[in-house]
Design a binder for this molecule. Structure first.
Ligand code: PLP
Length: 400
């Protein structure tokens, strides 16, 4: 009998963390490594937010929070949903968790019974299927295609729905592709869900503020108000406010679900860090003026990377609407050989050989459930990105 729980045998470690670790190990051996594998903004948390945390400490806001979050933050979240998304949630319909990841996990724990199905479009953020598996659910992976900009198609969604379907997870803008759904693209999907009243939708809007050009962000409950009673709209502080280490995520949804998540959280963490919650009140209610210049910097980086990777032999790099990732295809490099004779049969071979030859760390697409592709994070300076893309170009040019 194994001491460890059976649930652990159902999941695998995060590939993104493994790649980051491999790059660190090579660095420790003295290799010069450029890592384009990180999932967090390179910007610092804005000063007004940091100050709000210090002020909270000095005021003695250092005790346990209410389980679902401090009321000023829940009010700020409700106001944010109204202001930015046109959604009417009462503060009591919101919940604060220890990061968006924790919110998702709680939602699954609160709703999934053994064998319940969760539809996950691929490529997906690495944690979705693993969370579902840990909760004894069944991830139902639906592939998207590069020709559809990696966006789920209504007909494919319809085909994947069964009587056991509990949730559809939708992440826009997406990690790993950067793809973001327009109003009409979302409407096509919400129309399908309107025909299947037993299916709920969990929207991961964590990259909401990182969209470029004239793209207009929208979220399913806004596009189809008829879904409001079976939508959990999730968001968080990590990406927009450069607060990954503060660990604050949140969601809004129907009372019954929020209450269930509150009950789980009450037995689990007793709520998210009080100080980080006060900082988040300032993030949501305070000035948003730093968002535009940061968005502009990300947009320039995206354009640079898309252009340089587009010129690399054997690569095709679509231009996504948001987040800080691109997801080029390396399909044309499959079957090619490196100068030292290694045949590249998979995208994992490709990224391994790239790391070996040029010291550039990216994450293979198969880790996100769809390849042969790889994910490039452009949350770093243009100098670093230029150097890395030149190295990727040399690597693909060296293949025979
Ligand atoms: N959702 C997506 C798509 C992400 O990429 C991440 C972080 O990488 C998260 C959720 C979780 O963010 P956090 O737990 O920091 O709020």
């Amino acid at each position: 009998m194994s001491f460890l729980a059976n649930a652990l045998s159902r999941v695998k470690p995060s590939a993104t963390i493994m790649v980051t670790q491999k790059a660190r190990d090579l660095k420790a051996q003295g290799r010069e490594i450029i890592s384009l594998s990180v999932g967090e903004p390179d910007f610092d948390t804005p000063d007004n937010i940091k100050k709000a945390a210090v002020d909270a400490i000095n005021r003695g806001e250092t005790k346990y929070p209410p389980v679902s979050g401090i009321m000023p933050l829940r009010e700020a979240i409700a106001a944010k949903f109204k202001r930015e998304n046109g959604l009417d949630y009462k503060p009591t319909q919101t919940i604060v968790g220890t990061g968006g990841k924790h919110i998702l996990f709680n939602a699954f724990m609160a709703t999934i019974n053994s064998g319940d199905e969760v539809i996950i479009p691929a490529p997906y953020w690495v944690s979705y299927p693993e969370m579902v598996l840990l909760c004894d659910g069944k991830p139902v992976i639906v592939n998207t295609h590069m020709r559809h900009a990696f966006k789920l198609q209504a007909a494919d969604l319809e085909k994947a729905i069964t009587p056991r379907t509990k949730w559809l997870i939708l992440n826009s803008p997406s990690n790993p592709t950067g793809a973001a759904y327009t109003h009409d693209e979302l409407k096509a999907l919400t129309d399908v869900l309107m025909r299947h009243p037993h299916v709920w939708i969990l929207t991961d809007d964590i990259y909401e503020h990182l969209t470029y050009g004239d793209f207009k962000f929208t979220t399913p409950a806004q596009v189809e108000p008829g879904l409001i009673d079976r939508t959990l709209t999730m968001n968080g502080m990590s990406k927009a406010y450069a607060m990954t280490g503060w660990r604050i995520g949140y969601a809004a949804g129907p009372n019954q679900l929020i209450k269930a998540m509150d009950m789980i959280q009450g037995q689990q963490t007793s709520g998210a860090c009080t100080i980080a919650q006060w900082a988040s009140v300032e993030a949501l209610n305070g000035t948003q003026s730093f968002l535009a210049p940061r968005r502009k910097a990300f947009e320039e980086r995206r354009d640079l990377v898309v252009s340089m990777l587009g010129q690399a032999k054997y690569l095709q790099c679509p231009k996504p609407e948001g987040a800080f990732y691109v997801y080029p295809s390396c399909a044309d490099a499959m079957g090619k050989k490196t100068p030292d004779g290694k045949v590249l049969n998979t995208d994992e071979d490709f990224v391994g050989a790239l790391l070996e030859a040029e010291g550039v760390a990216v994450v293979h697409g198969s880790a996100f459930g769809l390849g042969p592709n790889f994910r490039v994070s452009y949350a770093t300076s243009t100098d670093v990105l230029e150097a890395a893309c030149r190295k990727i170009q040399s690597f693909t040019a060296s293949l025979v």
